[in-house]
Design a protein around this ligand. Sequence first.
Ligand code: SF4
Length: 282
Amino acid sequence: MNLQSKIDYSITLLRKSERMALELDPENGFYLAFSGGKDSQALYHIAKLAGVKFKAHMNLTSIDPPEVIRFVKRNYPDVELIKPKMSIYYMALKKHLLPTRTIRWCCAEFKETSGAGKVTLIGIRKQESTRRSKREEIEISSHKFSGNFDQWSEHKEQMVTCVKGKDKILVSPIINWTERDVWEFLNKVVKVPHCKLYDEGYKRIGCILCPMSNYRQKIRDMQRFPHVKRKWIQTIQKLIDAGYLNRNFTNAEFGFNWWISDKSFDQYYAEEVLQGKIDFSE
Ligand code: SF4
């Protein structure tokens, strides 16, 4: 499918879904989850082209790159910036746990709670990861439904009555777009600027030292934002002092280096021992 066909499909999906968005939130329509990254920009502009009613929101986490916040404020002043109730470091202390690839509590706490009881537009794409390749264009957050618009229509009446409290209907209009489609759409169709971090080698824009980033990106983050590394080391030290990290952490710096390594603790520790980096004489 070429880009124009994908644009047409996305617009049709948005227009078909708008009625249920207005049923759940007549004043604002869709709740558009914005991040300042290229995919959320594509989502925002396709929603504009479709002419549907939406309100865009960006949930901050306290480890957002300042360049992204500046870019959003300058280019998308209508996006509502939602400040976190507490910093991610404080949340880690409260939970007695660091966020990791497998226990990614930060997205759940800071990003996924918004939009409850509404129809939320998200900019995920199947091409991004194996996990996302299994996602569908319409889902209910509590796994009550996952499928395409036609399947949704068959069960819609029953489903909409299920959407209560913390549930939200997730619609992913660009789910079948490739990364190339996104860039072509932004550069040649809607012709909008993008955040400068992309021009400086960033492939993905998200939180600083996000556990989902690869190791190379984390190294880049540490060089560019050393204060975030410092804050995590302080947080790890507090967790060690309070007895919540009861592994063989020799110190907070060691714990931090394991945390960014993407390795299991046992594997990381064994490698450090083999390389003679752990001093057993103390
Ligand atoms: S650090 Fe990563 S996983 Fe955590 S909230 Fe930010 S984007 Fe989500």
